[in-house]
Design a protein around this ligand. Structure first.
Ligand code: IPM
Ligand code: MN
Length: 359
């Protein structure tokens, strides 16, 4: 297969972790005879520095004309105080989501068996947990009308959802549940919010087309608690933008390190793959950032294009690295391995040169 992949490494640890994902994809290309062509483009703070805007037109054009996007992270605290919000680095990501019509953010949560004791939660609670959060990312309070009065004493973020926006992500969630444990949990605040009531109505109608899937409703405050006390009950969590943002960071606690978690953002004709950890500026260029989230994001990319065996090979390599303790310090404080060494181990394992460190 030939795939053109836009690489938007961005800020902070983005470039160093994305480099490891590229190495893994390169290895997959060699072993399975695929041609992955990478093209780099600017986004975030680095783009503001070099071009004056967090999402340069050139980057957007590249993303519109590519098969997939590998995304690192954006943000730099230097821009926190910038009054023109359009110049803030994270606007690069938000605008990209909007311009590409990326509406479904998919975040799988499944702890690695070898790392169960890393989580602050008890082993018996998290062992066997395996669910996916389907977070709507193109609507809600992130993108609806925003206002501040002239005096700066009153502000509002409207939260709006159309039926259409709910329908498209819901089908994805139900289709995924059909291939898994056949349960969708819609998380909302229907006791208070009109948008939540619309979600319930629309999702209930959609559920009729998936009689093999059970639909449950859960209020977001209760969901926040259930994720911690009984995460095994979940299969597919479906929710709106802001709730999904908050719950997916919370859920990352189950896996022991946010440095492990990948995500995919899908639209009708675009697909973006991104670690969920963000730019982590304190770790920049220190060779300590965990590359696994980026590498498994690349595995999600392969899966998206139907390259199932290839994707499994990447997961196998990641499992092997964890099993042999070839991990960064967030997973083992005594580790002598850094970002690059973990990335090397994983790509070499894919190339079947896994004896590099152990002979
Ligand atoms: C995420 C991030 C983004 C979000 C930010 C960087 C805009 O927190 O992907 O979860 O809130 O969607
Ligand atoms: Mn977030």
């Amino acid at each position: 297969m030939n795939l053109k992949i836009a690489v938007l490494s961005g800020d902070g640890i983005g470039p160093e972790v994305i480099l490891q994902a590229k190495k893994a994809l390169y290895a997959v290309g060699v072993v399975f005879d695929h041609e992955f062509v990478f093209e780099d483009a600017l986004i975030g703070a680095i783009a503001v520095e070099k071009t004056g805007t967090p999402l340069p037109e050139q980057t957007l054009n590249l993303c519109l004309n590519t098969d997939a996007i590998l995304f690192g992270a954006v943000d730099d605290s230097k821009y926190d105080a910038v009054s023109d919000s359009k110049l803030r680095p994270i606007q690069g990501l938000l605008k990209l989501r909007q311009a590409l019509g990326l509406y479904a953010n998919i975040r799988p949560i499944k702890p690695y068996n070898d790392l169960l004791d890393l989580s602050p939660l008890k082993r018996k609670i998290i062992e066997g947990a395996d669910f996916i959060i389907f977070r709507e990312i193109s609507g809600g309070s992130y993108f609806s009308e925003k206002k501040t009065n002239e005096q700066g004493t009153l502000a509002s973020d409207l939260c709006e959802y159309s039926e259409e926006e709910i329908i498209r992500i819901s089908h994805l969630a139900f289709r995924t549940a059909q291939k898994r444990k056949k349960k969708v949990t819609l998380v909302d605040k229907a006791s208070i919010l009109e948008t939540s009531r619309l979600w319930r109505k629309v999702v209930t109608e959609i559920a009729e087309g998936y009689p093999d899937v059970t639909l449950e409703f859960l209020l977001v405050d209760n969901a926040a608690m259930q994720i911690i006390i009984n995460p095994k009950q979940f299969d597919v969590i479906l929710t709106e933008n802001l709730f999904g943002d908050i719950l997916s960071d919370e859920a990352s606690v189950i896996t022991g390190s946010i440095g492990l978690l990948p995500s995919a953002s899908l639209g009708n004709s675009s697909a973006l793959f991104e670690p969920i950890h963000g730019s982590y500026p304190e770790a920049k260029r220190k060779n300590i950032a965990n590359p696994i989230a980026s590498i498994v994001s690349a595995a999600m990319l392969l899966e998206h294009f139907g390259l199932h065996i290839e994707s499994q090979k990447v997961y196998e390599a990641v499992h092997k690295a964890i099993e042999l303790n070839v991990v960064t310090a967030d997973l083992n404080p005594y580790s002598k391995f850094g970002t690059n060494e973990v990335g090397d181990f994983i790509s070499n394992y894919i190339l079947s040169k896994d004896d590099l460190y152990f002979k």
